[in-house]
Design a protein around this ligand. Sequence first.
Ligand code: URA
Ligand code: ZN
Length: 387
Amino acid sequence: MANIRHPIVDVHTHVYLPRYAAELRARTSAPRILNWTNGVKTEERLLILDGEPSGGRPIGPQYWDRDEKLEFMRRHGINISFVSSANPWLDFLPADRAQTLAHELNNNLEEYCATSPPAEGFSGLKTLYGFGLLPLVPDVEVSTIIQTIEHLKSLPHIRGIIMGTKGIGKGLDDNTLDPVWDAIQAARLVVFIHPHYGVDSTAFGENDNGHVLPLALGFPFETTIAVTRLILSGVLDRFPDLRLLLAHSGGALPQLSSRLASCIQHDPIVANRLKHDARYYLGQLYFDAVAYGSEELTFVSQTISRASTFKNGGGTVDPAVGSTRLLFGTDHPFFPPLEASQKWPSVESNLAAIRSMAGVDSKPEHQANILGLNALRLFDLHDQVYT
Ligand code: URA
Ligand code: ZN
């Protein structure tokens, strides 16, 4: 083990491809990119939600220029990135436009990755791979979504799909989506579930707290609710080989999973609906390690490790299991430093959190898994390097 080089792989890193940025520039309501003048200075700003705090945020080439992504990776020692479109994807478009744009953007992302430099020291691998998009909007034909999955399957550098929490309008627990889950499972594409809408912003009061409340709380609560609904709808029972990667370490789901299990056990409508105790399903999911703290990551890892004990028929805890389902991520280009600095504190704190997790701090093989090997395995690239 000591002499084998292990990669650092980023599974949570975003892009607005030039074609997508052009779509946002052409719009007059959120989501949009607009010119913003502040005294003498004019800059482009990104407004992704109506009523977004603080007039949105500055946007520039770090969101679309591939060289900036590669330079960011070099600076932080990241060998390989799985790049995904940033929110809100195609959610706001009519079905026909969403379908066309999904096709074009998926081809563009394939090219972005296929023409990236080789990952030095990792034979045959590129520095960039991608998560594609589906036209997940109301009124789309399910057959159109399936066609897009077939297209994605034919693009060798696209290894997954990023999606929000709305499904085709009714959420991820909509039974209409069953053929979609089936096709994704068969295609072995990884689904990255990522928030965008947060929760009702009236819950956040009237003080100007910038983006803190929607990002720190709204995003993870949105993911928590969406994935809980998914579990309750039985999707994970019907599609046990579906590989779902949850943004921001699954939000509050690990923390609330025993409460969820208890509520299910005490509810006459739901009590006998699922094959397993709710906590079992955490062991079926993958979690990014974008949590910024070692105690939180240790906790997530432990809730994953104990999942098998809730299998109907029983199981034993293997404390190492959790570290096989956590994957390093950065959320680049979001969370840049407020003051110029070579390395981004948002990235450094996620790396430090992984390295000092209890039970991982003294085990280089567990660190290597979370930092990169889990990603290579999840995306079926591991055996290409380590045969
Ligand atoms: N991170 C994201 O992925 N999207 C945002 O809008 C903000 C932070
Ligand atoms: Zn993100």
